[in-house]
Write a protein that binds this ligand. Structure first.
Ligand code: IPD
Ligand code: CA
Ligand code: CA
Ligand code: CA
Length: 286
């Protein structure tokens, strides 16, 4: 890390708090890889949770509340994904003014298997508007930071989406949430429509890192159906502040409650949205 710019260059206040929490969380997670003691499941047998997810979320909560005791926090492990409780927490958060949206480990399945592709994701929404987004990959020691209106950075260097305009030359990322009822068929239908038209597809198992990779120009686009706010809030701000575009799968503007997400460099956005609309028309209803 010393050879690079420090994480915090000019950041102060909220952003520095998010970076600090993400860095501490990331180090802890990395130190626990391969040593999980309690492996449980949530909404389905494929929806994993470990003591590390829970412990890291508690730690991030404590770190945020130490600085900002009256702020609201929506963390994945504090609420059942996909339920009305999430919608209620978002609504409450909008009223609250400051809402932190936290995914302690995005990519828990990868973490459990020792597949080195997972991250910590922390976002701050002010009155429902994304204002800070931080994603930390502890394996590669990559800290992605976005501030609304001020751009996005990785270790002090501005990130920028790719300039690819041709779907046929594009590398696209996607994912499969543990929801095997609605989300899996919808994502499969999208895959079938998009794969024949692009250079390649990657499904790495971390929505947040895939969004950070769109921001950094490492993939040209990403979509996934059935996400939760903590999977994408920080990543969405990174993409927007890196010059990209984010909508839902019908092309409507992203909001912190959006669950079906398309992110891209902007140039191939219409292609992705049209292909997903076709996929939906030929098969799967939301
Ligand atoms: C999951 C990952 C995965 C995505 C799922 C998410 P988690 O988050 O981001 O890549 O496909 O939709 O639920 O449970 O590992 O935090
Ligand atoms: Ca999870
Ligand atoms: Ca997640
Ligand atoms: Ca998680």
């Amino acid at each position: 890390r010393n050879e690079r710019e420090p994480y915090v260059v000019t950041s102060k206040g909220f952003t520095a708090a998010a970076i600090n929490a993400a860095a501490k969380a990331g180090e802890w997670i990395k130190s626990r890889q391969g040593q999980v003691k309690e492996l449980g499941s949530k909404t389905s047998a494929q929806d994993l949770v470990t003591e590390v997810d829970k412990g890291v979320e508690q730690m991030i909560r404590r770190l945020i509340l130490t600085h900002y005791p009256d702020h609201a926090i929506l963390g994945e492990e504090g609420v059942m994904p996909g339920t009305d409780a999430v919608t209620a927490a978002l609504e409450e958060g909008r009223k609250h003014e400051y809402l932190w949206i936290v995914d302690p480990i995005d990519g828990t399945t990868n973490f459990v298997h020792g597949f080195p592709f997972y991250c910590v994701s922390i976002a701050l929404a002010i009155k429902g508007e994304l204002s800070v987004g931080v994603i930390y990959d502890p394996i590669r020691d990559e800290m992605f930071v976005a501030e609304k209106g001020k751009g996005a950075y990785m270790h002090g260097i501005p990130t920028s989406v790719s300039s690819e305009t041709e779907p046929g030359s594009s590398l696209i990322a996607m994912g499969f949430p543990p929801d095997r009822t609605f989300a899996q068929p919808a994502n499969m239908a999208g895959l079938q429509h998009i794969l024949p038209q692009v250079r390649g597809i990657r499904a790495g198992g971390s929505a947040a890192l895939h969004l950070a990779y769109v921001a950094a120009g490492r993939v040209d686009g990403y979509w996934e159906v059935g996400l939760s706010p903590w999977d994408c809030a920080a990543g969405v701000l990174l993409v927007l502040e890196s010059g990209g575009k984010v909508t839902d799968t019908l092309g409507s503007p992203y909001d912190i409650g959006t669950r079906h997400v398309v992110a891209s460099n902007g140039y191939i956005h219409d292609f992705l949205v049209s292909a997903l609309k076709e996929a939906e028309a030929t098969g799967h209803k939301r």
